[in-house]
Design a protein around this ligand. Structure first.
Ligand code: ATP
Length: 365
């Protein structure tokens, strides 16, 4: 099935949590909702599941208005991080639960339920755990059972909220691969929530980046990483350095920065923000430069430089230890070369803010 959310608005009291969300998910697609804590991901997922209601907006599934359907009729399977397994039920009973509580008329016969559970145990590679209780399982095994419980009803739509959130990194990686295989085998349309970029990028066909109740960008992982649509997405992807530059004839220019490696931009001339990953900055000793190294520190394989311009502007660079010139020490003046970065026109209100070289000019005058 495919789903379309249209202009979803939701507030809790005075707090606007979703501010007009539009999203389409295609049949069989695996989509990740990615964003910082509080951006509205879980609320959006709950609205799709029928566990929360929006103030306004539409949810169409295969063209049908789902806001007319109560949660139990929506045939969605969900795994929420805090939606624990029933501790007094065995694995087999937990997986059967969703089928046993289906409304009369939709509930399969007992033998059918047993057969479906047997099938799922095999599919999830956990038949040996069938008679254990949740308390006798590892975290990873519990998540497999939780997914089994969600899949039992043959959901039209699978909704997962931080499904591997509480597990350690190695188990998360294994489960991710496994979930991708499960998704490919079932073909179910899946929406999952995560704040872990790696998880979103490895698993999803498309990633939806959310911030403060809005969608900032929707796209495949490589497009989000290489062509962030907004400064927020660029920063969220690790571009933590933001510098004011000027655009002139499609090129970013700034007196004290070497920007020659940046591709041309099609933005109009004028002030702009250049958003850069610290690892895309190269430094070279240059005694007359306006930039100097304020601090150098290291975290094992990486060396981190805190940089400061004469006008007070700050930036940071990070290099692999083997690439870091040992003479680049605190107090050293350096030429700053930007190898890659995303350029954004400044919003009109901010357009009059000085670039660091114009601030510098004001200081000199
Ligand atoms: N039932 C509720 N009552 C009041 N406020 C709520 C409720 N549920 C969520 N919120 C608020 O709505 C905002 C968005 O919450 P939501 O759980 O959707 O964000 P999220 O992006 O999933 O965050 P996280 O990654 O931390 O789970 C938060 O500010 C949260 O405090």
């Amino acid at each position: 099935m495919s789903l379309a959310l249209k202009n979803i608005v939701k507030s809790f009291g005075a707090t606007a949590v979703l501010k007009g969300v539009d999203l389409e998910v295609g049949k069989g697609e695996l989509v990740a909702l990615l964003g910082p804590s509080g951006s509205g991901k879980t609320t959006l997922l709950k609205i799709i599941a029928g566990l929360e209601w929006p103030d306004s907006g539409m949810l169409e599934v295969d063209g049908e208005n789902w806001f007319d359907l109560p949660a139990r009729r929506r045939q969605t399977g969900f795994v929420f991080q805090h939606y624990a397994l029933f501790p007094h039920m065995s694995v087999r009973e937990n997986i059967a639960f969703g089928l046993r509580v289906r409304p009369r008329g939709l509930r399969p016969a007992r033998a059918k339920i047993q057969a479906r559970v047997g099938e799922l145990l095999k599919f999830l590679q956990i038949p040996h755990l069938a008679d254990r209780y949740p308390g006798q399982l590892s975290g990873g095994q519990r998540q497999r059972v939780a997914l089994g419980r969600a899949l039992a009803i043959n959901p039209k739509l699978l909704l997962l909220d931080e499904p591997f959130g509480a597990l350690d990194a190695a188990i998360r990686r294994d489960l991710r691969r496994w979930l991708r295989q499960v998704h490919e085998a079932t073909g179910s349309t899946t929406v999952f929530v995560t704040h872990d970029q790696e998880e979103a990028f490895e698993l999803a066909d498309r990633v939806v980046v959310m911030s403060e109740g809005r969608i900032e960008q929707i796209g495949p992982a490589d497009v989000i990483a290489d062509r962030p649509a907004t400064p927020f997405v660029a920063r969220f992807m690790g571009a933590t350095v933001s510098l004011r530059v000027r655009l002139a004839g499609g090129r970013a220019v700034e007196e004290d920065l070497d920007l020659s490696a940046l591709p041309p931009s099609d933005l109009p001339d004028g002030p702009a923000d250049l958003v850069i990953r610290p690892e895309d900055i190269r430094l070279q000793r240059a005694e007359r430069s306006a930039w100097n190294i304020r601090a150098r520190s290291s975290n094992g394989p990486r060396v981190h430089f805190a940089l400061q311009h004469r006008d007070g502007t700050e930036a940071e660079a990070e290099l692999a230890r083997r690439d870091a010139d040992p003479t680049l020490v605190e107090g050293q003046r350096v030429r700053v070369q930007i190898l890659a970065g995303a350029v954004f026109a400044q919003p009109a209100a901010k357009a009059s803010a000085p670039t660091h070289s114009s601030k510098l000019k004001e200081t000199i005058q």
